[in-house]
Design a binder for this molecule. Structure first.
Ligand code: HEC
Length: 576
């Protein structure tokens, strides 16, 4: 603040206080660092790649920086206003040797060395990816359990004491829960109340059926149960295999500032979080029926209730997409409808076909309204894929057999998870259970499946860029994919760290593509020109789903919802 001369201010200011104020001002201006120090432990005098997080008392915002190759962490003054902060760290295998608080003052730089000690409880720090790395057996076996991290992590599985015979009914019990369940807040699938289980949770990840479609094969649960009884604590109080961990971040991966914004409800599951054109963040909630809005400048959150369109069915929404007018479209999952939020009136309009209301398993997950101005159609992904005419409210099921040979019946393999559209509003489905990007022509409905170069890659979700190139995540192959819809050709970039299981990918306007993984809290940044990849570790377990970038900032910033800690996370790399 620059001193102002106003007549109300006494003209005689005591000299001492004036000097004091000036000194503070100069210090504040000359020192861009508010808080800094070196991180060390008994084994390492200077620890690189330790995430240090600071939260001011009473605040809902946590700022994280990462220690550099000299072990030094530094918080810029622009990010920490004066106050009392509590600190936490993330460094696999370590913890702070005591609870740590520090005062940040306006003038001076606070210097605080952080001492870490070895944790006694490494298992509590393992990410899902680290559990997968540690578990014996080949990848095909482990791929069968990728579904298990949808509602909770692998820790409760690894910590369980069930024998093979006891585990089978547990696995079957899991099949009764709806997506949008957590350990603390289960929701049942609509037809699962009676006790029968409706969802074959153990699918063979190498085949391409639609999730939830095929009859249960009990033998599969039994085989899974047998395997799980070898990786849990059924045989003793220690795991019968060493716990493997990933290395801490180094180099560029340490040059980043991460901000976590806590949401007001502890049970919030911000599945999709995205910045609108003005940089305001909007999020869907996978387990509660609201649309949320976060102002990143203040941390203030406002939530708007989504209309109930199917009373009694599970609540929560998945996809959240802006159209060209920045209006917000959402898929309301088991509520079986497409919803649009009108910003001006702050009200929702919903489209739900009557047949959807009749059916128990109606599920509208993905929505693609971006190009609906072309032909008045919005594409939908869910229990089936649909094309909805927003004027007439007519829903047409996508027929994957149009124009494809009957023999072999390739269309049987086709289903989509994420959905995208190009500038002509043609449909592109991402074939999570298989290997294809599936084009459906908006006018002729001709279906063209394009296999990814990597077989069985599991395309999950993605974003079309301004040049009609689809950037998408290959979930099982753990690669970032790009499909050029104009030439029908692919590019792929392997994510260096295994078991990241990228869920989604997006390209920003400055030449980077971004992805994030469901299993190890890595945000992946790809320099599209050079192919260089940097993996940023998030400060807490996150189970990354939809990823988004805010191109209105310079450089663009990365945003993701945290489904395990009810927060929205921003990642800002420092330098290229
Ligand atoms: C659709 C959501 C969902 C999925 C997917 C899911 N679970 Fe669960 N899981 C839950 C919920 C809810 C609970 C807590 C309630 C309960 O125990 O039934 C739970 C609890 C557990 C527990 C701890 C409770 C106990 O009895 O020990 C284990 C073990 C477990 N799940 C194993 C699995 C395995 C193995 C898979 C994958 C095959 C899986 N889960 C997939 C929802 C899910």
């Amino acid at each position: 603040m620059r001193p102002k001369h106003r007549s109300a201010v006494p003209t005689v200011i005591p000299l001492a206080s004036l000097l004091c104020a000036l000194a503070a001002l100069t210090a504040a201006q000359s020192s861009p660092i508010a808080l800094t120090g070196v991180v060390s432990s008994e084994d390492e005098r200077a620890m690189e790649g330790v995430l240090v997080s600071a939260r001011r008392q009473g605040s809902t915002i946590t700022i994280t920086v990462v220690s550099n190759e000299r072990g030094r962490y530094s918080f810029p003054r622009t990010r920490l206003e004066p106050g009392a902060y509590s600190l936490r760290i993330r460094a696999i295998g370590y913890e702070l040797d005591r609870p740590t608080t520090v005062d940040v003052t306006a003038g001076a730089t606070s210097e605080l060395a952080l001492k870490l000690r070895k944790t006694q409880d490494l298992a509590s720090q393992l990410s899902n990816g680290e559990w997968f790395m540690s578990w014996p057996g080949n990848d095909d076996v482990k791929h069968g359990f990728l579904n298990c991290t949808q509602c909770h992590g692998l820790a409760p599985i690894a910590r369980s004491r069930y024998t093979a015979a006891e585990f089978a009914p547990v696995i079957e019990r899991m099949g009764r829960y709806a997506q949008g369940s957590t350990l603390k807040r289960p929701q049942f699938r609509p037809n699962a109340h009676g006790g029968g289980f409706s969802n074959p949770i153990m699918r063979d990840s190498t085949t391409s059926g639609r999730e939830g479609d095929r009859p249960v094969q009990p033998s599969r649960s039994a085989i899974a149960a047998q395997y799980l009884s070898t990786i849990n604590l059924s045989a003793g109080s220690l795991w019968p295999y060493p716990l493997k961990t990933l290395a801490r971040p180094t180099g560029k991966a340490t040059r980043v500032i991460i901000t976590e914004y806590d949401l007001p409800r502890a049970e919030a599951l911000p599945h999709d979080a995205a910045a609108d054109r003005s940089g305001t963040i909007w999020y869907s909630d996978f387990g509660s029926h609201v649309l949320g809005m976060l102002d990143p400048k203040t941390g203030v959150v406002v939530e708007y209730p989504l209309p109930t369109t199917k009373p009694g069915a599970p609540v929560g929404s998945l996809d959240l997409v802006f159209d060209k007018h920045d209006d917000i479209w959402m898929g309301t999952m088991y509520q079986g409808s497409l919803a649009k939020f009108d910003r001006a009136t702050k009200t929702f309009k919903t489209w739900g076909a009557p047949t959807l209301l009749d059916r128990d398993e109606a599920r509208i997950a993905m929505v693609m309204p971006v190009n609906h101005d072309v032909d008045g159609q919005v594409w939908i992904g869910g229990d089936n894929e649909y094309q909805v005419d927003v004027k007439t409210g007519e829903w047409r099921v996508v027929d994957y057999s149009v124009g494809l040979p009957k023999d072999p019946p390739i269309s049987r393999e086709l289903s989509s998870y994420g959905v995208a559209s190009d500038s002509k509003n043609n449909f592109y489905g991402m074939n999570l259970n298989g290997t294809y990007i599936i084009k459906v022509d908006a006018k002729t409905k001709q279906v063209t499946p394009y296999p990814t170069p990597t077989p069985n890659s599991g395309p999950r979700r993605g974003h079309m860029d301004a040049q009609d190139r689809l950037w998408f995540a290959e979930f099982r192959a753990n690669k970032i994919g790009m499909f050029d819809t104009k030439t029908g050709t692919f590019r792929e970039w392997a994510v260096p760290t295994r078991w990241t299981n990228v869920y989604d990918a997006v390209v920003d306007t400055s030449g980077y593509a971004w992805a994030g993984g469901m299993n190890n809290d890595h945000v992946v940044r790809l320099n599209v020109e050079t192919g260089e990849i940097v993996e940023y570790l998030l400060p807490v377990a996150t189970n990354i789903r939809r990823v988004n970038v805010d191109n209105s900032t310079s450089p663009p910033t990365f945003w993701v919802g945290n489904n395990l800690a009810a927060s929205i996370v921003r990642v800002e790399p420092l330098g290229r």
